[in-house]
Design a protein. Sequence first.
Length: 275
Amino acid sequence: MTSTTNANANVGASRIRVGVGGWTFEPWRNNFYPAGLAQSRELEYASRKLSAIEINGTFYGSQKPASFAKWRDETPDDFVFSMKATRYATNRKVLAEAGESIDRFVKSGIAELRGKLGPILWQFAATKKFEPGDFEGFLKLLPPEIDSLPLRHVLDVRHASFMTTEYLDLARHYRCATVFTDSDDYPSFADVTGDFVYARLMRTDATLPSGFEPPVLDAYADCARTWACGAEPAGLPRIAPPPAAAAPRDVFIYFISGGKEKAPAAAMALRERVG
């Protein structure tokens, strides 16, 4: 990942959130969590070292409203949870028929997070091809709010057929962000389609103290500040030329997959760089 922007080091820092996927991972008990820390306090600890966490368990099964309320109360006031939406809505042949699954997920208690509810990630199967009519049918089903709480939606499309301007136009029309996946395994394009940016970075190296070489983390920080300012970084893969600069944006960056044991170290190193 490279960037040639010269954004000021402090610009947009308050709009940039950096974190990891989940907070329960056994190897982190050797290199992130303090020795002897009770597992029941891992979220409390992680939320004071990171500024966001992507909840992954919601992809596999529903959580109780009481769990969302507990997570809300264990974390600082300015902390944010993103979460993966249910796979029953996205891993299906006909996406436009996902209305019942979407409704059940949105009403499962996520509103208990209140102001700590970040973007909802809709992750599609790597085998799911872009079918414009069906995909638009799915986007029409995504609700703008729940219990007067605005919802922000981000699309994790994982098939190369989505790398078209037709997809970009649809996502922008329905005001959905698109995941920028820095990976060799999935389509990687950084075209901004929503009013926030969501990046999932998958190249963490377990042999490096901070998961990445310092110049790579510097480049990530540069990109984050540029996105937050409303501009778009140079040097990233794209489908189409970037539009004119927009208003300042929220930016969510998660270190996912790769050498996952170093994901918290990478996130903390990036947080330090963006202020």
